[in-house]
Design a protein. Sequence first.
Length: 183
Amino acid sequence: MRFNRSSPNAGMPLRALLDALPVVARGPLSLVPQRVHSMVLCAALNRLLAAELRAAELDFLAQRSLVIDVPELNTRFCITLTGTRLVPANPRCADLTLRGGLREFLELALREEDPDSLFFQRRLHLDGDVELGLALKNFLDAIEIDQARLPAMLRPLAMRARAAALRALGYGARSAIPGEPYQ
């Protein structure tokens, strides 16, 4: 399934970049208000998850708030569902906080690790409503994101970025065929 790690030296410059990214990004990110971080994430997720939003697959977030906390970047993304759109939420009223490092969120986004593994390895932490956490985990397990959802001009960039991130994380090369699910 996953976990076919390449040799330890593969992608070493990228791995060093990935390790340095939180230190480098923290400064510039601190200049941008936290709400803007959430707005950018919501805009990206609304585009990427448009079909799921229309199909009401994210209704478990209605009138609930999710905080994605990345302490090493000193940032918290706060989102909720209003109608069929994800919108920024008040971080002080979080129903569920998902906390982890940049590496863990990249592995999760790239489908190289599943939420259960990250949670049981204590690399991902959940605080708050257990039922909401389970609904989020089930959604993440079920979703299949393919490159066809991305605007055509971003697909080549996404393929290169995905391949570079996988190398930096130490995973073997993956096929980056347009339209292929990220699995």
